[in-house]
Design a protein around this ligand. Sequence first.
Ligand SMILES: [Zn+2]
Ligand SMILES: [Zn+2]
Ligand SMILES: [Zn+2]
Ligand SMILES: [Zn+2]
Length: 359
Amino acid sequence: MEGVSKGSKLVKEGGDGRQEGEGIVVKKQNVAMGMDVLDCPGCSTPLRPPIFQCSMGHLVCSSCRDKLPKKACSVCSWAILNRCHGMERVVDSIVVPCTYADHGCAEMIPYHQKREHEEACPRAPCFCPEKGCGFAGTTEALLDHFVGTHDWPMTRFQYYMPFDIQVKAGVHVLRGSKDGHLFLLRMVWLDSPLHGVSLVRVEPHAFESKSWCSVGFSWFKGHYQISMLDVIRSTSLSDGLPTDYFLTVPEACRGGGARVVMRVTIDTKGVYGDEDEPEEDNEDESYSEEDDDDNDSDDDEEDGDDDYDEEEGEEEGDNDNEDEEEEEGEDDDEDEDEEEGDDDDDEESWEKVSNDNDD
Ligand SMILES: [Zn+2]
Ligand SMILES: [Zn+2]
Ligand SMILES: [Zn+2]
Ligand SMILES: [Zn+2]
């Protein structure tokens, strides 16, 4: 601390403001300049070290230089000889604010790194997908906006822990309890009685998502279906609400009129660190084990239903003889067609349900 305090932060404001470090003198001043003088004349991107020049002093970036025939200057045809250390110092010293300063980014970035920074800036905005709204903000601001302005229901969930969502047309906001990540579950009424379900993760920058999701639901006694979304797409929502449905689900239970409830589990790699991650590779088996345990402890009398994810086909018979035959037939026609594609590698239960469609 003593070493630093000895004059390293002595800033004189004013036209000739000097900042004195340990033996280094840094002048700082706000200037206005035409930024194009900092761009490569060849490719118009900001010059960054190494910068080269011909003997007449024309500048060129290193990738443009590599493309020049015989390394001859494109302006005067003299050979490009040297690095231009003076210009390298200049471009390294010019810092600019992040474009997303309004959204809370306080970084000052070398001009030639501005684009890279902004492509990864954590304060870059995401967009409200509601038609005509136009709100943009960080994911936290967006969450407040969704709930406060649009009244969209919100559920906090824990990764790896199933939670229930009632089937109902509209948008449901989901928030990971550990990392605060924002997800949007959308249900759209398609064709009676089915709703299309889509799920995205809201992020300012597209990246390779490590999150995936499984959804189970029962439509009628003896029926249980599980669908997987292997990769939850990430989006800034700049292109509006998601329309890529990975699942169709009926709104009401057959006969009863009660709403169908989806049991949703969202998993993400890396949240718990490698040792604790319950299931990474063998999604299907471990899902059903985990599911059984949970059901024993908390809810329901319908344990039987939940067991079906493993062996639906066989167990159906035991459970209710009356329903079995007609129900199964109808079920095939109306419901499952889209899902089995994804789940081919699943258990036998799927084959039974999906045979006619695959043929
Ligand atoms: Zn260039
Ligand atoms: Zn030249
Ligand atoms: Zn930024
Ligand atoms: Zn909005």
